[in-house]
Design a protein around this ligand. Structure first.
Ligand code: SAM
Length: 215
């Protein structure tokens, strides 16, 4: 977290209590150190689906279904559908259970496998794509996902500032050099792409939001 922990906690209180299911998934993720989006980012994803009225939503990185539920709850209201990809069989099985518990089975399709392979097999035009899988693979996802975003569609990416280390001049352990370098390149490629208009929001772990403005 690169801004005060107290601020994150305070902003979270403004969201109000999550329902028992989301709360339980947050607890499980914390206990088992499964990385999931912060509640504020989850709420933001929900808001984006509502406001954009996205019908076709693609998520890369399901884990146990926390962000999927935030996306799919909005999709249920707008008549949309979420397709979500994860390569971890056990996590995906738990995600399916959580999605079922949330009463969102009809709103979600889960795909098991490596996104770098599966993305090549998709040919739909997505109104909103959310990337939250392996940070070292973001550049690869980007080239595969660009053609899948519908004109006017949104690309939302989590962890783009990764603990603030993506900001030049930050200090971190050398083992993160490659990943941080990859994320810097990712943000540069995304921001310089004339077909996309991008804002980077410094909350959660850094979230980028891009709208496809080009052909
Ligand atoms: C940060 S977690 C996703 C958290 C989830 N979006 C949430 O907030 O509830 C990242 C997930 O991406 C998955 N993953 C990593 N690399 C992947 C790949 N190449 N293809 C598919 N899934 C991948 C991992 O198995 C992991 O469950």
């Amino acid at each position: 977290m690169f801004y005060p922990f107290e601020m994150e906690r305070y902003l979270e209180t403004l969201l109000g209590e999550r329902d028992p299911l989301l709360h339980e998934i947050e607890e499980q993720a914390l206990k088992e150190t499964i990385p999931i989006v912060t509640p504020m980012v989850g709420n933001f994803l929900n808001l984006l689906v509502f406001t954009s009225k996205a019908q076709t939503i693609l998520e890369v990185g399901t884990a146990i279904g926390y962000s999927t539920i935030w996306l799919a709850r909005a999709a249920k209201e707008t008549g949309g559908h979420v397709t979500t990809i994860d390569m971890n069989k056990d996590r995906l099985a738990r995600a399916r259970e959580n999605i079922e518990c949330a009463g969102l089975r009809d709103q979600v399709t889960t795909l098991e496998g490596d996104a770098r392979k599966l993305l090549r097999t998709l040919d739909a035009a997505y109104d909103l794509v959310f990337i939250d899988a392996a940070k070292g693979e973001y550049l690869e996802y980007l080239s595969l996902i660009y053609p899948l975003i519908a004109p006017g569609g949104l690309l939302v990416v989590d962890n783009v500032l990764f603990r603030g280390w993506v900001v030049p001049g930050s200090t971190f352990a050398p083992k993160y050099d490659r990943m941080v370098g990859g994320l810097r390149q990712f943000l540069e490629d995304l921001s310089l792409n004339p077909d996309f208009s991008t804002s980077v929001l410094p909350f959660g772990d850094g979230v980028s939001v891009s709208r496809r403005i080009g052909p």
